[in-house]
Design a binder for this molecule. Sequence first.
Ligand code: XBP
Ligand code: MG
Length: 265
Amino acid sequence: MRSLKAILFDVDGTLADTERDGHCIAFNLAFEEAGLDWRWSDELYEELLAVTGGKERMHYYLSEFNKKYPPCDNINEFIAKLHARKTELYVSLLSEGRIPLRPGVKRLLEDARKQNMRLAIVTTTSVTNVIALLTNTLGSESADWFELIAAGDIVEKKKPAPDIYQYTLEKMNLTAQDCIVIEDSENGLLSASGAGIKSVITINEYTTKDNFDGALIVLDQLGEPDMPFTIIKGGTNADSKKTEENYVDVAFLKALHKEHQGNHG
Ligand code: XBP
Ligand code: MG
């Protein structure tokens, strides 16, 4: 039986509510600055999240939700420029300290570091955005806590394709059985599952309707000692998977991992 060696973290929606409090706001600011009448409401953004990647999401918006926007020859270039500005605006929102980490994230990372777990970030957003989030929430050294930041355009196909998780396994010389993923969305779960890696899901308001079949467990959040998580799905033998308190720490993840290996080893 293989032991748990690495925890792989998704970013947006998992480490922080960056979709709601950061990306969506930054997209709208960039549209306004560019004199566009595009407005992404919360409801529309939930639908647009079906497509990962900011540039890809803008193309999806034009093809499905704003078909009247006149076609232009250099649409890829136009979207790329708009996206670059959106990234600047997103980073500046983070630097204002407006986006905190979700409950339990800092505690789990600190526990993982103490227990010498190998850590990686596996995301669809850019390295720039990841480093800005880490720096503004966990301090300037925190990017170094992660052996690898696998991000954005580094692979051709973004989540739900398995490419970014396969890339991570290869770079870190790990097998899927060595790892557990922390994700928040169906696209993230599909990407990890496609690479053979099991996921713990912490949902958020955009992902409550997602299909999480195949996840090890689905929780409302990682939890804190004074703020236990609620199990939404999974954990049939939940008692054996839990630590004394109902929050996710390395012991909890090891127990989940062991149980899964036992069932499928
Ligand atoms: C979430 C995404 C990203 C962000 C926007 O990635 O799909 O596209 O919404 O970021 P994950 P960019 O959950 O994998 O972290 O505009 O930089 O693409
Ligand atoms: Mg996510």
